[in-house]
Design a protein around this ligand. Structure first.
Ligand SMILES: Cc1ncc(C[n+]2csc(CCOP(=O)(O)OP(=O)(O)O)c2C)c(N)n1
Ligand SMILES: [Mg+2]
Length: 186
């Protein structure tokens, strides 16, 4: 499964739900799959995508989707424990697990060497977890996640392919657009 087609699938089902995206190719591909006001692109930082999504989920009744990366999440595993502690029923975390720090040269991450992020989530009391390897399974579990209380933690194993052009993200504009989509004044 490639991240871009998987991202397109997520967008098809997400409707108007907010989506927070990990830095680098995850953000670029979300932008190419469908730029929208409710995409909150993170750029430059590692390990904060699901932390930001957790904060959002605790601040809104809406379902919030986090598209994280294995390497970034490994940099801040405490996020998983915080999600387990807070138990936001409206949070769906999808981890694009290519088993590498892709953007910086495809170095193998811990998930290539035995770390199982789904088991980490389970041990942190996250009630709804899954690991998927293909688009069909991702679609099934993601649809279930949108219909069933979470928090959800879905590890999607992906294969890396050619990168898309870097998206023209302006962080300040991301904030203004995103806030505006919740009716918060700029
Ligand atoms: C704190 C910090 N350390 C290092 C980097 C450099 N860096 C940018 S992307 C990246 C790899 C991210 O890996 P992952 O989250 O798995 O995403 P992938 O590139 O595999 O899609 C690294 C190490 C950074 N941006 N921030
Ligand atoms: Mg990665």
């Amino acid at each position: 499964m490639h991240r871009f087609e998987a991202t397109q699938l997520i967008l098809r089902h997400a409707e108007n739900r907010p989506i927070v995206s990990n830095l680098g190719p995850t953000t670029d591909e979300l932008w190419h799959a469908g730029h929208r006001d409710r995409n909150f692109y993170t750029y430059g930082n590692m390990g904060l995508c699901s932390s930001i999504a957790l904060g959002m989920a605790l601040s809104t009744e809406e379902q919030v989707i986090s598209l994280d990366g294995d390497g970034s999440l490994l940099m801040n595993l405490g996020t998983i424990a915080s999600i387990g502690r807070e138990q936001p029923q409206n949070l769906v975390v999808v981890v694009w697990d290519n088993e590498e720090w892709g953007q910086t040269g495809h170095q193998s991450s811990h998930t290539a060497l035995g770390t199982d992020l789904e088991k980490v989530a389970q041990s942190c009391s996250i009630p709804q977890t899954a690991t998927v390897n293909n688009l069909e399974d991702l679609e099934g579990v993601f649809r279930q996640a949108l219909e069933t209380p979470g928090p959800w933690f879905i590890v999607a194993k992906i294969e890396e392919t050619e990168y898309m052009p870097v998206a023209p993200i302006e962080p300040e504009m991301t904030l203004y657009r995103f806030r505006g989509s919740f009716g918060v004044s700029k």
